[in-house]
Design a protein around this ligand. Structure first.
Ligand code: HEC
Ligand code: HEC
Ligand code: HEC
Ligand code: HEC
Ligand code: HEC
Length: 217
């Protein structure tokens, strides 16, 4: 039988199949990375339907985070305030200005303002605010200095590796419970010692923190 194909053609055929599979896997991975990248990026301000400024309200005016994000200490979600919360002040302050027109409209029509999400985890990850806040993890640890932001941006990558940096060694980050809203809090020189005491005092279960099922339920 005449040889139509060179002797190594079988190997070639085999490798081209494997090659195709590898190429396919690489393609999927690249697409997945692109899908990730198109989400909100660290440090990029997200425009909002109202020019609400945290540096004015939470910074200069000193309004507590919990006044507007009322469920942050008691539930999984921090929540964004209803228009009613704004109107407690803006039915008297700066009434009728162009900057507040959308707020007034929402109040008159009873249609909530559609704020754009800044911090957004993939749906397959479980997150809970109350548990962090009540165990001494400050807002600034994950959201940065929101009190200095005119327009809020994502301050940290919020990738799995980033979450685990703390879950593997929470003593490096924990602060006393009463300091969680304190945006200007700085870690003391004896952070490790303080952190280890807090891990005990707050009964933090270090083994549970790194198990997959805590975040992927
Ligand atoms: C007067 C009300 C008010 C106060 C006080 C306030 N916020 Fe907000 N916050 C809002 C509103 C409204 C939004 C949605 C619009 C925006 O992103 O600016 C928001 C958005 C956010 C977001 C982004 C939410 C997302 O989609 O990921 C974070 C993070 C946040 N606030 C943290 C804080 C922290 C931390 C404090 C305290 C230092 C604080 N806020 C104080 C009203 C408030
Ligand atoms: C505790 C009172 C208080 C609350 C609650 C409050 N604000 Fe304000 N807001 C102020 C004050 C005070 C100013 C500054 C007024 C000035 O500069 O003269 C202001 C200014 C503003 C401005 C700029 C207005 C302009 O005409 O330049 C906007 C926009 C605004 N607030 C939106 C909001 C929104 C949206 C909410 C609800 C999420 C809210 N505020 C909640 C007190 C409040
Ligand atoms: C351990 C990290 C961490 C801490 C601490 C934390 N947050 Fe968040 N926050 C997140 C993540 C992650 C999301 C996005 C959740 C999602 O998409 O499911 C988020 C979302 C938000 C939102 C958007 C609304 C919502 O509930 O999804 C607001 C507002 C907010 N956080 C405010 C706060 C405030 C105020 C504090 C401090 C009292 C705080 N956060 C502490 C990680 C944190
Ligand atoms: C700075 C430290 C820190 C960071 C950052 C952090 N965590 Fe945590 N996390 C903790 C601590 C402390 C606990 C409480 C553990 C306990 O009570 O035993 C916790 C608990 C949890 C729990 C368990 C809740 C429950 O119901 O038991 C989940 C889920 C969780 N974290 C998810 C996340 C995710 C997702 C991220 C990243 C977006 C994240 N955490 C970032 C410190 C952190
Ligand atoms: C502290 C919370 C936390 C724990 C514990 C955790 N993950 Fe994740 N995981 C995340 C977050 C957050 C993401 C999403 C990352 C993103 O959207 O960029 C993620 C994403 C993933 C992905 C998707 C691919 C990727 O890298 O984005 C896989 C697969 C995964 N986790 C597997 C695991 C396995 C297996 C374990 C146990 C060894 C585990 N995770 C433990 C928070 C956690």
């Amino acid at each position: 039988m005449p040889q139509y194909f060179p002797p190594n053609s079988n190997a070639f055929a085999k490798w081209s199949i494997y090659g195709g599979m590898v190429f396919f896997i690489v393609l999927i991975t690249v697409l997945a990375i692109f899908a990730r990248v198109s989400n909100n990026k660290v440090g990029v301000a997200i425009e909002q339907p109202v020019a609400f400024a945290h540096n004015l309200h939470a910074g200069q005016l000193g309004i507590s985070c919990a006044y507007c994000h009322a469920s942050v200490e008691t539930s999984a979600v921090a929540g964004v305030p209803p228009t009613e919360t704004c109107m407690a002040c803006h039915s008297q302050i700066r009434v009728g200005t162009e900057q507040l027109a959308a707020v007034q409209k929402s109040w008159d029509t009873n249609i909530p303002i559609e704020w754009n999400k800044v911090t957004d985890l993939a749906d397959f990850v479980y997150f809970n605010h109350a548990i962090h806040v009540n165990k001494g993890v400050g807002c600034a640890e994950c959201h940065g200095r929101v009190d200095q932001m005119e327009v809020v941006f994502k301050a940290e990558p919020l990738t799995m590796g980033w979450c685990l940096e703390c879950h593997r060694a929470p003593e490096k980050f924990l602060r006393p419970r009463e300091e969680v809203f304190n945006m200007a809090y700085e870690k003391p020189a004896n952070q490790l010692e303080l952190g280890q005491n807090l891990v005990e005092e707050y009964h933090i279960n270090l083994d549970k923190l790194i198990s997959c099922s805590v975040c992927h339920r």
